[in-house]
Unconditional design. Structure first.
Length: 284
């Protein structure tokens, strides 16, 4: 009986040691390989992947063409990080969906533009024109701010950044503002008079924000700075911190400037500055 107990004890000890060793191996392996969700057609992350390989980090990029799945995949553990969204959209999404995600670092601001197949100048938008805008609440609000910046509408004094018909105080041209799924808007340009299109969606649709838009976002408002997002608790992972260091390097700044020529602008600011963006709504 004593021999049987001894054998069982040794078996259990071996299992514990093996499990612990496997866990350590997995942790080390995780730090050598990262899975990052990005927007389809993104040209920045392949360059970061190339540079990261020099530090022994292998990045697998997973492309997404929508604004919902990347956060779901991150929360579910299918991604180590994602980089596709503005901080305002992120805050709204995780609050609505109760996801335990946090920002890791700022990246770029990609100006939203107004595009049209029917007019060449924003001043030529006619009374009663139909304007397509993204239907998610954050980008809807951003589009309304863009239309206000273009002089087409005026928003309510207490506008909080969330898009809705009630956010419009004055609409002198009686524009028909039509919310649509963001990714479908470029295909609808022939059916509307103009459309507010996110930079990434425009680029994917072969539109050049600098050349093809009839009006382009002119400021660098904090709500629209993009971020790298991770699960809460992963902010101190060494591999992820190395990726941020690469992204914020002078080398990557020059790459972004050269590659995007102003359609995507480096915005490397501290996270605590991003947290104050709501204060800017009243100044719009």
């Amino acid at each position: 009986m004593k021999k049987l107990v001894l054998v069982l004890t040794l078996v259990l000890l071996a299992a514990v040691v093996t499990a612990c060793g496997g866990s350590d191996d997995k942790a080390q392996g995780d730090e050598k390989k990262l899975v990052i969700g990005v927007s389809a057609g993104d040209r920045t992350w392949p360059e970061i992947k190339r540079i990261a390989e020099k530090d022994g980090i292998n990045i697998e990029l997973k492309e997404f063409s929508d604004y919902v799945l990347p956060n779901r995949a991150l929360a579910d553990g299918d991604l180590d990080a994602n980089a596709f969204q503005t901080v305002a959209y992120f805050d709204s999404f995780i609050k609505e969906n109760k996801l335990d995600l946090v920002p890791l670092a700022s990246t770029v601001i990609a100006p939203m533009g107004i595009y049209s197949n029917k007019v060449k100048d924003i001043k030529n938008i006619k009374n009663g024109a139909t304007i397509a805008v993204p239907d998610d609440i954050t980008n809807y609000g951003r589009a309304l701010l863009l239309l206000q910046e273009a002089g087409l509408i005026t928003l309510v004094d207490d506008f909080d950044g969330n898009g809705s018909p009630e956010a419009i105080k004055e609409n002198p041209k009686k524009l028909d503002i039509k919310p649509m799924v963001a990714g479908q808007i470029p295909r609808a340009l022939d059916d509307v008079d103009a459309a507010a299109i996110n930079n990434g969606v425009a680029v994917e649709a072969k539109l050049n924000p600098l050349k093809d838009s009839i009006f382009l976002e002119s400021d660098t408002a904090k709500p629209y700075i993009n971020i790298i997002a991770v699960r809460k608790g992963d902010t101190d992972r060494e591999a992820l911190k190395k990726i941020v260091k690469i992204y914020h390097s002078d080398e990557m700044k020059k790459f972004i400037d050269k590659t995007y020529k102003g359609s995507s602008i480096p915005a490397f600011i501290p996270l605590d500055e991003l947290e104050t963006y709501k204060e800017t709504w009243s100044k719009k």
